[in-house]
Design a protein. Structure first.
Length: 140
């Protein structure tokens, strides 16, 4: 079975390094599926979930990224995330509270900077909750 090497890193450090049969990432223009021998590509990431299919089992590994860059080469995928976490480390209650606070900030905004900040926080919280819901539905 053909594999592709995957590195997921953020400013905090390396989150994952290993082989995969398939990787899915939230590119700026939509989710991309990356198989071994994929054409080279560099694109921005939006907040969301990165899924890595392990060659050892049918299990998928889930990670959250808040944005960043995705570099694809035929034998390697590198996710350079602004911040990243293993999905199992996400706190649903904290994400729901962050979403509520961001929605509140949107109604109380006083400047364009406040609006941009609130929109970014809302996008990140919503992406975390969406990833957690997806994991619950797949039972993993």
């Amino acid at each position: 079975m053909s594999t592709i090497h995957v590195d997921i890193v953020s400013a905090e450090g390396e989150i994952f390094s290993g082989e995969a049969t398939m990787v899915f990432a939230p590119a700026q223009q939509g989710e991309v599926g990356i198989a071994p021998n994929h054409a080279p590509l560099v694109t921005r990431l939006r907040p969301g979930g990165v899924r890595v299919q392990s060659p050892e089992s049918e299990e998928e590994l889930f990670f959250y990224v808040s944005g960043g860059l995705l570099e694809i080469q035929p034998k390697a995928v590198t996710v350079l995330a602004d911040s990243a976490a293993r999905a199992k480390d996400l706190d649903q209650a904290a994400a729901a509270e962050a979403k509520r606070r961001a929605e509140e900030l949107l109604t109380e905004r006083e400047s364009a900077i406040d609006l941009a900040h609130a929109q970014a926080e809302l996008a990140q919280a919503a992406a975390q909750l969406h990833l957690l819901d997806k994991i619950k539905k797949t039972g993993r």
